[in-house]
Design a protein around this ligand. Structure first.
Ligand SMILES: *Cc1c(COP(=O)(O)O)cnc(C)c1O
Length: 389
């Protein structure tokens, strides 16, 4: 029996190395990686700039704590702020921690404005914000809450995409609206630009904070550095993680200058958060993403991927349904079971990942090329044909 806590089922494949968009299993089989470690391996596997940055930093110093100044944090924070909105940045190690920091900041902001009763956050159905007690309390997914009561209070929920419900839920106790611009785990559900605009207006009207969870959509995944940059709005609080370290665990919470000025020394912290090694990785990923043409490439590839998925869905109407997503965060609805399709694709030598609403996500590394997408579409075609017979 395995000594690993049984939270992940019993995986049948394991990998020993990766190169670009490919992973090689311990049994020597080559896989096309359209899972990217769940939208993490943004630069693919073994990207030389990232690998060298990690190696160089490892030789200098791994860690010395936030008791001391960490130059890589200053640099990373400044660059993130320049690319987003006037804010300050808290570094952490995961998406859930990034959201957790945002939830604390939101409460603290209203508290410091002498409004401590404004402490409730409105979230949306089918959302996902992580697996800590606060984040499962926020997302209110039955399957994630089962057995873990009592939940943390202070969260109200409305249907994703429904502005009337959102407005009706707002009370004197509401502090913020927390939403994913594209729901990832929930099944690749896009918030329309109009809905996001109206959420911004609504937040301003009622003096609420708009808190975007871009843990999955951020760091170039949608073809912009952040998904909200497809719109004209700006959030007050932003959570990011997954692709940020290209595989090194690192996350961040950005809060507008006004909001983050409610925090003070001692009000939040993390032992590992933003350590020198994490910052070397994050800065290296950002070097590549801010390089000439990187995000254009993501946009170009996404057009090709969407087109291929749409054509394949049309050719296999018994297996595939709607194609959704933004940039290289794409999903296809399944008519049968999504996990069957994921398994079948695995047999074909391609990794994908299931999502809610019976969706299979196709989320390749952002360095994917046309030839890889063509290969992936060919494999999907093949898998669908197999499932039809
Ligand atoms: C993955 C994810 C999280 C949680 O990130 P972890 O690193 O697993 O804690 C939070 N929000 C969204 C939108 C995510 O996709």
């Amino acid at each position: 029996m395995s000594s690993i806590m049984p939270t992940y089922g019993s995986p049948s494949i394991s990998f020993e190395r990766g190169e670009g968009v490919y992973l090689y299993s311990t049994e020597g089989k080559k896989y096309m990686d359209f899972c990217s470690g769940i939208a993490v391996s943004a630069l693919g596997h073994g990207h030389p700039h990232l690998v060298n940055a990690i190696k160089d930093q490892a030789e200098k110093v791994l860690h010395f704590s936030n008791l001391y100044g960490i130059p890589g944090q200053e640099r990373m924070a400044q660059r993130l702020v320049e690319e987003t909105f006037p804010s300050t940045v808290f570094f952490c190690n995961s998406g859930a921690e990034a959201v957790e920091c945002g939830l604390k900041v939101v409460r603290r902001y209203h508290h410091e404005k002498d409004n401590p009763s404004r402490n409730r956050v409105i979230t949306c159905t089918n959302s996902f914000h992580g697996r800590t007690l606060a984040t499962i309390s926020a997302a209110k997914q039955e399957k994630h809450m089962a057995g873990f009561s009592p939940m943390l209070g202070g969260f109200d929920q409305v249907a994703f995409g429904n502005l009337n419900e959102m407005r009706a839920m707002i009370s004197d106790e509401t502090a913020a609206i927390l939403i994913e611009p594209v729901q990832g785990e929930g099944g690749i559900n896009d918030a329309s630009e109009d809905y996001l605009n109206k959420l911004r207006e609504t937040a301003d009207e009622f003096d609420l904070l708009l808190f975007l969870d871009e843990v999955q959509t951020g760091m170039g995944r949608t073809g912009k550095l952040f998904s909200y940059q497809w719109t004209d709005i700006k959030p007050d609080v932003l959570a990011v993680a997954k692709g940020m370290g290209g595989g090194f665990p690192v996350g961040a919470c950005l809060a507008s200058e006004e909001v983050s000025s409610s925090m003070a020394p001692g009000s939040h912290g993390s032992t590992f958060g933003g350590n020198p090694l994490a910052m070397a990785a994050a800065n290296a990923v950002l070097d590549v993403m801010l390089g000439d043409g990187f995000l254009d490439h993501v946009q170009e590839m996404s057009v090709i991927l969407h087109k291929g998925l749409l054509e394949t869905a049309k050719a296999h109407p018994k297996i595939l349904g709607e194609v959704r997503g933004q940039g290289l965060l794409t999903g296809v609805e399944c008519k049968g079971s999504n996990t069957d399709l994921v398994k079948k694709l695995e047999e074909e030598g391609m990794l994908t990942v299931a999502a809610g609403n019976n969706v299979v996500r196709f989320i390749p590394p952002l360095i994917v090329e046309t030839s890889h997408i063509e290969e992936a579409i060919f494999l999907l075609h093949h898998a669908c044909t197999d499932l039809e017979n």
